[in-house]
Design a protein around this ligand. Structure first.
Ligand code: ADP
Ligand code: MG
Length: 392
C-alpha cells in the first residue's frame, strides 16, 4: 500500500484543497471538545510552512444535501482561529472568487460540504467543480475515508493527491498493527454484541495469532459452548455464528481466549453486590458484567508474549464501577508493556477510547484512533474508498 504525503508534494504557491474532519461537538455555540480540530493542526501548519494555501473542506452534522443554517461551519471559526493562532476566512458563496483572493499565509474554510447534494452522491460534476478550486488535494480525514463522497473519493482522482499528517499517522499505525505487524499479534475484541462485530471477528481470526473475546460478546460465546449465562446480555441466536468463529480459528491456528472467571451481579447497576465465579458457573438469576482476575492474569501473559496488540471493545460494563476492573487492569498491563518498548498497542472505537481514557492508559498506547467507523471498517479488512483513491 503506498500513498503520497505532504513531503512528496511541491506546495509553494499552490492551492491545497484539504479535506479535514472538524465535526466537533457544539453546545450552546461552544465547542465542547476540540480534539478533532487539534489533530488537523500539523497538516494545516505544514501546508502553510511549505508556502501552500490551505482551502479547508469539511462536513458538519447530517444536513443531507440541503442548507441547514444551524449546521453552518461558520460557528466553528472562533475555535479554529484559536487553535491555528491566526484568522481564518470563510466562504459560503462564490468559492472561486474566495480562492482567487487568497494571499500567502491565508487559511480559507468552505461552508459545510454536505449542504451540496453532490457531496454524498460522489457526483463527478460536483467533484470536478471542487477540483477546479485547487492545484493539489490533501486528505486528512481518515475518519471520513470509509465513505465514497465527492470530497473524499472522486476529487482525489482529479488532482495530484496526498495524505495529510493525521491520515498518514492513522494509516501507518493501522498498517503496523494489521498490515505487516510484528508477531505474535493479539487482538482484543469486546463490547456489547457479536452481531455488530461479525466481520471484525472473521477478519481477525484469519490475521492474528491470539484473539481475546470479552465483554457482552464473550457471553454469547460462553452460551454457545453450553455454559449457563443467566440473565447476561447475549445474543443467543448468534450461538451458531460464535461456533463458526471458533471453528475458523481452529483452522487458521488462531488461539481464542475466552473468560476463565466472571464477575456476576443481580442488577445492571454501579456498585451492585457481586461475586467472582468460574466462567461455567453463572447462577441462573445473575448476569455477567466483567471478567475476573484469573482472566486478566491470563491476558497479561498473552500480552507479555506478543509484539503487537490491537484493541476494540471493553472487557466489561466499564461505565459501572467496579465492573471496569478487568478493562482497567488489562489496559494498564498493555500500557506498561508499551512503555517498556515490548509491545505496539493500537486501539479504537468510541467506547473503547472512553474506557482506555478512564483507565488512564490511552496516553500510553502507541496509537489511539479517533476515527470510529473508519477504524472498525479497517479492522474488518475492508477497502476504504478515501484511502484507495489516494493510492497509486
Ligand atoms: P466500541 O464503541 O468501542 O466499538 P461497543 O459499543 O461495541 O464498543 O461496546 C461497548 C459497550 O459494551 C459498553 O457500553 C459496555 O457497557 C458494554 N458491555 C461490555 N461488557 C458488557 C457486559 N458484560 N454486559 C453488558 N454490557 C457490556
Ligand atoms: Mg460503542
Amino acid at each position: 500500500m503506498t500513498w503520497k504525503t505532504l513531503d512528496d508534494m511541491d506546495l509553494s504557491g499552490k492551492r491545497v484543497l484539504t479535506r479535514v474532519d472538524i465535526n466537533v461537538p457544539v453546545e450552546n455555540g461552544e465547542v465542547t471538545d476540540t480534539t478533532r480540530i487539534d489533530r488537523i493542526l500539523p497538516t494545516v501548519k505544514d501546508i502553510l510552512a511549505k508556502g501552500g494555501l490551505p482551502v479547508l473542506v469539511a462536513h458538519f452534522g447530517r444536513p443531507k444535501g440541503k442548507v441547514v443554517p444551524e449546521m453552518s461551519l461558520r460557528q466553528l471559526l472562533p475555535a479554529l482561529q484559536k487553535a491555528f493562532g491566526q484568522p481564518v476566512t470563510f466562504a459560503d458563496g462564490d468559492y472561486g472568487a474566495a480562492v482567487q483572493a487568497m494571499q500567502p499565509g491565508d487559511i480559507l474554510l468552505l461552508e459545510n460540504i454536505r449542504f451540496a447534494p453532490g457531496e454524498e452522491k460522489n457526483d463527478p460534476d460536483f467533484a470536478a467543480r471542487l477540483a477546479s478550486l485547487a492545484d493539489i488535494y490533501c486528505n486528512d480525514a481518515f475518519s471520513a475515508a470509509h465513505r465514497a463522497h465527492a470530497s473524499t473519493e472522486a476529487v482525489a482522482r482529479l488532482l495530484p493527491a496526498c495524505a495529510g499528517r493525521l491520515m498518514q499517522a492513522e494509516l501507518s499505525a493501522l498498517e503496523a498493527a494489521l498490515g505487516t505487524p510484528k508477531r505474535p499479534v493479539v487482538a482484543v475484541v469486546g463490547g456489547a454484541k457479536v452481531s455488530t462485530k461479525l466481520d471484525l471477528l472473521g477478519n481477525l481470526v484469519a490475521k492474528v495469532d491470539h484473539l481475546v473475546i470479552g465483554g457482552g460478546m464473550a457471553n454469547t460465546f460462553l452460551y454457545a459452548q453450553g455454559h449457563e449465562i443467566g440473565t447476561s446480555l447475549a445474543e443467543k441466536d448468534m450461538a451458531g455464528t460464535a461456533r463458526d468463529v471458533l471453528a475458523k480459528a481452529d483452522a487458521t491456528g488462531c488461539t481464542i481466549h475466552l473468560p476463565k472467571d466472571i464477575v456476576v451481579a443481580r442488577a445492571f447497576a454501579a456498585e451492585a453486590p457481586h461475586e467472582t465465579l468460574p466462567a461455567d458457573a453463572c447462577p441462573e438469576d445473575a448476569m455477567i458484567l466483567d471478567a475476573g482476575p484469573q482472566t486478566v492474569a491470563a491476558l497479561e501473559a498473552v500480552f507479555g508474549a506478543s509484539k503487537t496488540l490491537i484493541w476494540n471493545g471493553p472487557l466489561g460494563a466499564f461505565e459501572l464501577k467496579p465492573f471496569d476492573a478487568a478493562t482497567n487492569r488489562a489496559a494498564d498491563a498493555a500500557a506498561r508493556l508499551t512503555a517498556a518498548g515490548d509491545l505496539i498497542t493500537v486501539a479504537g472505537g468510541g467506547d473503547t477510547v472512553a474506557a482506555l481514557n478512564q483507565a488512564g492508559a490511552a496516553d500510553r498506547f502507541t496509537y489511539i484512533s479517533t476515527a470510529g467507523g473508519a477504524f472498525l471498517e479497517w479492522m474488518e479488512g475492508k477497502t476504504l474508498p478515501g484511502v484507495a483513491a489516494l493510492e497509486g
